[in-house]
Design a protein around this ligand. Sequence first.
Ligand code: 4AD
Ligand code: MG
Length: 475
Amino acid sequence: MTHRKVAELLAAAPTSQTVTVKGWVRTFRSNRFIALNDGSTIHNVQVVVDFEQTPEAVLKRVTTGACLAVTGKLVASVGSGQAVEIQAESVAILGDSDPEKFPLQPKKHSLEFLREKAHLRPRTNTFGAILRVRHALSFAIHQYFNDRGFYNLHTPIITASDAEGAGQMFRVTTLDPVNPPRTEAGAVDYREDFFGRSTNLTVSGQLEGELGALALGLIYTFGPTFRAENSNTPRHLAEFWMIEPEMAFYDIHDNMDLAEDFVKTVIRYALDRCADDLAFLHKRLEEEEKTKPQAERALPLLEKLQFVVDNAFERLTYTEAIDILLKSKPHKEKKFQFPVEWGIDLQSEHERYLVEKHFKKPVILTGYPKDIKAFYMKQNPDGKTVAAMDVLFPGIGEIIGGSQREDDYDKLRTRMAEMHVPEDGLWWYLETRQFGTCPHAGFGLGFERLVQFVTGMGNIRDVIPFPRTPKNAEF
Ligand code: 4AD
Ligand code: MG
């Protein structure tokens, strides 16, 4: 490979060395200045063409969106805005782009419009920045766990169990949808299906993750998860990526300490490594916020990220949180849409009040009522609550959900029966509580919610390359 990355050239000394770059035209001004981007950085390299030397036929094909290979001298730029530029000696067109038809004109497009063009939107500044930050966070996550002796466990994507017990699963089948085999009673006979049973796409790798932790000590998963919930919110995807560490010998407090250190560390990594992209996203958000009244404006992006990294998260129990909500102004003035009382599943408006208005920082809530949480959570001695923890972030709400696990065989079985979780599909899970059970804990971080937080994007559909949401699987 003889061509160089734009990122590399922009940092190089302009010694008139001959270089080749390849990339896509962002703009072409005055038949002379090409802004070329190759995805290695948010910045473009300026290519100066000599229109007397460059054939007219080639110049005509230098249009926004076209793909070029340029060879020329890297020299100090006389114009402002860049330190170096390339004086082109040859311009080759690798791929034409019809300027009449290319959807990404050099102007501001709405995010909604760009969602319809998800095949091309990575070529915009905004999506280029988001995708680079997304990569950096993913890398930082693997590094974080690797540095601390966690093993990456690859849990299955196709499963017969419903880890969260919420029944929001996509079925996986090879049966003929028009004429499936039937049981004598007339139901679809999944014994005839590919796996000889009914299977789904996983909603979480946790249950298998626990099997790993009870052998390897510290594990984490990082994989796609699928939820068939009909939620058209800016925080839900039908296919999202989740990171699920699971730790033997951790209790709920160790779990909270790890979760807090983990998110802070990966955000710090992004601040260090993605300075240019975050500076761009910071400005982008600032422009967007200007359209809102002063009182509703969020903290500028970089300040917000620094604040989260520098300050301890607030830790309190669900019961304490309900007391705060009951005493709150919006509750007294009946401004909450959903009622507040002990036992409710906190709504986004409640979580946001706690995080954004009351504490003004990330919050970790523990000790949730057992009836609103999954069957596997450790039951507290009070008989009413479980050792659950949710980490709530400003602008996002729940970013992490986790718990200490019920490690007592009898208590787990009783809880499964109470919650109508069938034992036969989970015999292997129950056996871990019979053969060398131990206290253990873990959590799940929604990767896209983290990327949303770090990039300041308001809609989760804009932080994954190809979002899957109800009625939407185009690309
Ligand atoms: O709270 P959840 O449902 O927890 C679990 O799945 C546990 N098994 C995790 C564990 O203890 N190992 O999901 C975890 C996180 C949420 O906090 C949220 O950030 C994200 O996953 N999440 C979603 N993100 C995008 N779209 C959705 N539909 C999501 N549902 C959950
Ligand atoms: Mg949750």
